[in-house]
Design a protein around this ligand. Sequence first.
Ligand code: HEC
Ligand code: HEC
Length: 227
Amino acid sequence: MASRKLRLRIIGLLVFGACLTSTGKPNAADTDIIAAEYRWVQSQYAAMLERILPPSLEPAQLPEPASSGAQLVARYCMQCHYLPNPAMHSAPKWASTVERMVWRMEGKGNLGKSMHELMAGVRAPSSADQATLLRYLQRHAQRELDIKKYADIHTPAGRIYSIACSQCHVLPDPQRHTAQEWLPVVERMRRNLAWANRVTGDAAMRTSPELDIVEIVRYLQRHARVN
Ligand code: HEC
Ligand code: HEC
């Protein structure tokens, strides 16, 4: 894929540039982060690993980018796929996801068995780093819609929203965004869906594989945050 080649070239240049800093001593943390992604992007599994998570943020765009939590996420969580966005999952979901990811970093699971070369360079966080990392993700997490507060979640519009938008993460609280903000977010989610290439399992949705953007946006805007 052309964009991957370009990315590779940019990453290559960054690595090269980092080696040529005026002091002659590249910042260790920065080169770690660059190396983290470089490992899988240039591996023979790149096409498969690329599909796990869509590209979202660059490390510098993470919330509180200078915090130790953000730096740990950038160092450990780009070793096998793109940088995960902390806003993707709710706090409880991050606890179980991070646990599963650390398990993978320790060389367990399919990746460990089938990808010896790729996995050989993977580092796992200490338990103290793991706690910092989890606290950070949870601090910037998604908030789940509380169904007790949304009586209309059982109407056809509410159902379309809840079926379409809980496939990859918890159903987001509509109060997260203003009416104006929701449209581009939903557009981006349609691209995320195309990226993941997931097929919806629900029979009611199968007749209309396209997300019903208009209906979903209308539902979200009805409950959106007021500015
Ligand atoms: C050793 C490789 C590896 C590392 C390092 C890794 N992951 Fe993953 N990740 C995977 C694989 C494989 C999948 C797809 C299978 C799965 O979901 O378990 C995945 C999927 C994901 C997903 C999408 C699935 C879901 O549950 O939403 C998220 C989010 C994620 N990882 C977050 C993280 C975070 C956060 C870190 C850093 C703490 C991390 N990953 C580090 C291998 C890795
Ligand atoms: C194919 C998986 C997938 C589906 C389906 C999906 N999302 Fe997401 N969602 C993601 C990923 C990946 C992220 C983190 C990256 C990003 O923000 O693009 C995310 C993040 C979010 C966020 C937090 C980021 C922000 O900008 O506020 C919200 C809110 C959200 N999704 C809403 C929705 C809505 C609404 C729908 C239904 C139209 C939806 N999602 C469907 C994958 C998905």
